[in-house]
Write a protein that binds this ligand. Structure first.
Ligand SMILES: C[S@@+](CC[C@H](N)C(=O)[O-])C[C@H]1O[C@@H](n2cnc3c(N)ncnc32)[C@H](O)[C@@H]1O
Length: 254
């Protein structure tokens, strides 16, 4: 695991047109928890930045809930940003946090489902620099213990391969520990979403586990092993999908 610059994942240019289908509603569930946390706070800020904003759905929801809030989004996929531009009046900036250094400070910085691409520490460093003193950070993410039954079935993937590909924290507890170890923020709200999933055919497992989930990053290297596993996996295949939504404030704010 390093904090070196990550190359943009070309996947998102390819899937931008269909990304919002969110087949099992799992991205929406994380996003909704984040929106609820802001509502419950209640959030009253005037500026918000969404890092890895994708197709802009969260920005559009912020615009609806907080119409006076000025919105920015950053994403390396120009195709995802084109979809976002059709949904929401926001300043949309192509790139990553390595490229985009806004002059503004923000009352809210969010990042949803981007921990596969940037480490939590690097994102928190960025937030520490660009968040207003009373601002909040909204995170939605999976952790590596997501879809445990599928991961157990795919034990042919070495831990070293996982370590090389992923910055995503191992578990809910590790995510909290890494935020606390970073030191700049405290967790003010932590919710998890757990959904039982049932797959009745192998095409659905292949699509969910290997094409759209965390296996995708190294799918091609293990295609044969995965197909062999799929051929014998008992049906229906059941798993648990988990995501976590966290709201953080600056430690120095209290
Ligand atoms: C799983 S999607 C999440 C999109 C959106 N946040 C959501 O919740 O629907 C991951 C997004 O991260 C973007 N991304 C990839 N590498 C990134 C990086 N280094 N920094 C920020 N975003 C990145 C992708 O282009 C994609 O839009």
């Amino acid at each position: 695991m390093t904090d070196q610059r990550t190359e943009p994942d070309p996947l998102y240019d390819a899937v931008a047109a269909t990304y919002d289908h969110d087949h099992y509603g799992l991205i929406a569930a994380g996003r909704n928890q984040s929106a609820t946390q802001l509502h419950d706070l209640p959030f009253r800020g005037r500026t918000a930045l969404d890092i890895g904003c994708g197709t802009g759905t969260f920005l559009a929801e912020l615009h609806e809930a907080y119409p006076d809030c000025l919105l920015w989004g950053i994403d390396p996929s120009t195709a995802m940003l084109e979809v976002a531009a059709s949904k929401v009046p926001a300043t949309l900036l192509p790139g990553t946090i390595d490229d985009v250094v806004p002059a503004e400070k923000f009352d809210l910085i969010s990042f949803h489902f981007v921990l596969a691409y940037e480490s939590i520490e690097k994102l928190l460093d960025y937030c520490a620099e660009h968040l207003e003193p009373s601002g909040v950070v909204a995170i939605a993410t999976t952790t590596m213990d997501n879809i445990p039954a599928s991961a157990a079935a795919c034990d042919f993937v070495d831990q070293s391969v996982l370590d090389e590909h992923f910055r995503i924290p191992a578990s809910r507890d590790e995510l909290r520990a890494r935020i606390e170890a970073h030191g700049a923020f405290r967790v003010v709200d932590y919710r998890s979403h757990i959904r039982e999933l049932e797959f009745t055919d192998t095409d659905a497992i292949r699509e969910f586990v290997f094409e759209s989930n965390w296996f995708r990053g190294f799918a091609d290297a293990f295609r044969d092993e995965f197909e062999a596993t799929l051929a014998v996996v008992p049906l229906p295949h059941r798993d648990l999908f988990q995501s976590h939504a966290l709201l953080l404030s600056r430690r120095s704010a209290h």
